[in-house]
Design a protein around this ligand. Sequence first.
Ligand code: NAD
Length: 484
Amino acid sequence: MLNFPQNLAGVYIDGQWSHGPQALTVVNPASEQVLAHVDGADESAVDLAVAAAQRAFGGWSGTPSVVRAGYLRAIAEGVQARRERLIQLQACNNGKPLFEAGIDVDDVIATFNYYATLADGLDERQDTSVPLPTDEFSARVRREPCGVVGLIVPWNFPMVTTAWKVAPALAAGCCVVLKPSEVTPLAELELAAIIAECGVPQGVFNLVCGTGLAVGAPMAAHRRIAKVSFTGSNAVGVQVMQRAAETVKGVSLELGGKSALLVLEDADLDLAVELASGGGYFNAGQMCSATSRVLVARPLYNEFLQRLKARAEAIVQGDPFEPGTEMGALVNRAQYQRVLGHIQAGLAAGAVLVTGGARPAALPVGYFVQPTVLTDVPLDSALWNEEIFGPVLCVRPFDSEAEAIELANDSDFGLVASVVSADTVRAETVANALQAGLVWINAPQVIFPQTAWGGYKQSSLGRELGPWGLQAFQEIKHVVRASL
Ligand code: NAD
């Protein structure tokens, strides 16, 4: 079983751990037991962290990129060495099953290694000449780290969302102030310890735990933070953008989704059911990329629904530490109540419950909600349009490909989509018509550090991962010289 102190320091600034004034209670959502208290900070710690990052910036941005790459590889190795502990920390803090937590940790390792590879030759690629229509001048474009960056992350994939920001920021030569979610800080505290052990110079990486108002809001407004990269809800994303506007700082946002899975009439039904189940119930549906609207060609609809119902009812739910557990708990009581409230409101609006919709009878303790399937969800209901962030799939038939595409695109969001079809040419054409940042065809939600993450419309501002994730932490400078 895991050992860690009951009172954890929640602040790491300039290579030193300290305790902030506000105790954050960290709960195991599967047992409802208090795991620990983390001493979170306030605005004064943000000021100290930013000052430390500013002092470190000259040295870190001037460090050869190949040396920065070495630190990133060392962090990946450090995460690999503590893989089991990190899996357990996430299982107990997030309520997610061990195999899901393992996928998260492996993603973190892959992300640090990927950005190490990009950092390797970054100095050599830093300047590129720009062709001009005259010999009188020459020009080059130069990419430089944008400075001290503020990284604010949510609770659903705490380590992954953190790695997607910290790795490219450090690779680019930026210095970092990271704010984990106050709900799930344990994995990031461990990551900070790993970064410290790797000898990353003091002040390059700083962590400030605390609530959104005490720590996140001052970060968004801080004059000396050049850029804020935020992942979380749309409501808070808008506030971050508004605060950042006061100092005209750069903003990247990764927000919500209401994504669609399209099952075309030539789809393999078993595959379609498996992908619907994965897209709706992985991480107990607490995914910005959840394909929570399932659109099925009418000839397949009844059979699909029956098989999906059977699959949902067969999912093993319970203790995240039991090896056979397929689905864990929701992250906290507020989320549990919110999801059940959405289901109830949907039923009141006319939706029909196929299965689930409540706490599993066998699990009286913990924030568990059954894998849920609903049909006849009104197109103007909150259930159909808003992000539920729980294990809830809304299934609807369609009569033509054009109708399916229109339904899928009829959303304020546009993060991801999935298409299931035996005809890959057709599936590719449908993928091209979907307003989404990432489309999977006949595939589970695989994510590679090489491919961009982010979406259309209100899902995102900017992109993470790939070279785009690195460029998000770079400024562009042109130098134009008169020819002698
Ligand atoms: P949240 O918006 O409540 O909180 C996210 C982070 O912002 C937390 O660290 C929180 O403390 C902080 N915060 C809260 N108020 C703040 C404020 N006023 N100023 C600055 N920071 C503040 O989100 P959550 O509930 O932790 O996470 C769930 C949400 O995250 C969902 O909406 C989900 O779609 C989204 N999400 C998006 C992606 C993506 O890649 N698009 C990935 C994961 C999660």
